[in-house]
Design a binder for this molecule. Structure first.
Ligand code: PMP
Length: 279
């Protein structure tokens, strides 16, 4: 089967999958999600992603949808049916279907959706050359740690990046860099890695946690602290982390070169270590 979807207990072709227009995900963005990718056919860091899904759901008083064991077997079933070389697995839980009203009815059955699509990795030449980014005001709500389907501010930021002809929008709030529209952001200053701390201002990336561990193993100093937009622009290296971007060097921000304008040694080292980790 090509790209497939799962909706409330049933697998089928993605093109035929539907949910009600009264679904609160559609009406209010009342839901949470995860994106997991496979490496050599196996989902990577599935436990970490499922834990974050459960945390996001709990923060919104949403049903967890399934137990971890159930999610795991549904994901394996989806992979078995789709048989893609590498898969981008999308999981979504919304509060369910109800007549439109802001407060939610008690014990509503959640809507559970999964999609299994072919993963198209970034081209090796792009990864090698690094990408460009722009900075954009972070206008998101106060709970960016929840992986909510309410992505409007991220959508608008990434659209700005696209219109500017660059890969990512790096968000900043009151002068402090938070994260990218679809990634976490790390900078290298005076040989040390700095990245925004966990908390309500960022999504705590699964990749971010692995990369910080890899950095520590290499003996690189790591500080989970906010950096200013000026510090970002004058950093010797900037790189993005995320499920789809992996470890991706940024060589220009707002048109100015980062360091010497090519991927630096720390980004390259961590990128190589990442490749080893996932292979
Ligand atoms: N921040 C945001 C806003 C994201 O959308 C993502 C991608 N899910 C990340 C960070 C990176 O998270 P992860 O490493 O878990 O994919």
């Amino acid at each position: 089967m090509p790209d497939i979807a799962y909706v409330n207990g049933r697998f089928g072709p993605l093109a035929e999958a539907v949910v009600s227009i009264e679904d609160r995900g559609f009406q209010f963005g009342d839901g949470v999600y995860e994106v997991i990718r496979t490496y050599r056919g196996q989902p990577f860091a599935i436990d970490e992603h499922l834990s974050r899904l459960a945390r996001s759901a709990q923060a919104l008083q949403l049903s967890p949808g399934h137990t971890k064991a159930e999610w795991n077997s549904l994901i394996q079933e989806g992979l078995r049916l789709s048989r893609l070389p590498e898969t981008k697995i999308y999981l979504q839980i919304t509060r369910g279907q109800a007549p439109r009203d802001h407060p939610f009815p008690p014990s509503l059955a959640p809507t559970i959706v999964m999609t299994f699509r072919e993963l198209h990795p970034l081209e090796a030449s792009v990864r090698k050359a690094g990408v460009q980014a722009i900075t954009v005001d972070d206008i998101r709500w106060g709970r960016c740690d929840i992986k909510s389907v309410n992505l409007l501010a991220n959508v608008l930021a990434r659209q700005r990046a696209k219109e500017a002809g660059v890969f990512e929008a790096i968000l900043h709030r009151e002068g402090m860099v938070t994260e990218g529209s679809v990634s976490n952001v790390m900078v290298v200053r005076n040989g040390a890695i700095q990245t925004a701390p966990e908390g309500h201002r960022i999504l705590s990336g699964v990749t971010r946690a692995f990369v910080l561990e890899l950095a520590k193993k290499e003996g690189l100093p790591v500080a989970e602290t906010f950096v200013s937009r000026d510090d970002l622009l004058s950093a010797s290296e900037v790189f993005l982390t995320g499920t789809t971007v992996e470890v991706l060097p940024v060589v220009r921000v707002d048109g100015s070169a980062i360091g010497s304008g090519v991927p630096g040694p720390v980004s390259q080292l961590l990128s190589r270590r990442w490749e080893t980790l996932v292979s």
